[in-house]
Design a protein. Structure first.
Ligand SMILES: Nc1ncnc2c1ncn2[C@@H]1O[C@H](COP(=O)(O)OP(=O)(O)OP(=O)(O)O)[C@@H](O)[C@H]1O
Ligand SMILES: [Mg+2]
Length: 101
């Protein structure tokens, strides 16, 4: 596999703190266009929710972002207009019936 740094379609970022992860998410959220789809994948506690907090904030939402572990769909509204839908997808590789993005 090509190392991410040598692949023109990949970007590898190393975050040393939750705050750094939120800041990366804010940059990403600011780039989002209507209809964009993001897939967040990672083990429990990998930092998905932390990244999503930044994404929603950078996109313009004031809503609080929490892990969707016990929720089927989370919706984050933007003050101007529009919303982000965050929902879990199933993974057959997990021993439990759902894995959460
Ligand atoms: N570099 C980092 N980036 C993001 N979170 C970090 C980092 N270092 C430590 N943490 C901490 O890791 C914990 C787990 O993060 P988070 O809840 O975002 O993970 P998650 O992937 O959403 O977990 P889950 O699958 O249980 O929902 C948080 O308490 C967060 O503050
Ligand atoms: Mg989470």
């Amino acid at each position: 596999m090509t190392p991410p740094i040598l692949d023109p379609h990949s970007c590898e970022l190393i975050s040393l703190s939750p705050e750094q992860t939120r800041r990366v998410g804010m940059r990403l959220g600011a780039l989002l266009q209507v209809g964009d789809v993001l897939a967040l994948s990672g083990d429990l506690g990998a930092g998905k929710t932390t990244l999503m907090q930044g994404i929603a904030s950078g996109w313009g939402s004031l809503d609080a972002v929490s892990s969707p572990t016990f929720v089927l769909v989370n919706v984050y509204r933007r003050v101007a207009s529009g919303f982000i839908i965050w929902m879990p997808i199933a993974s057959a590789a997990r021993p439990k019936p759902w894995s959460w993005i």
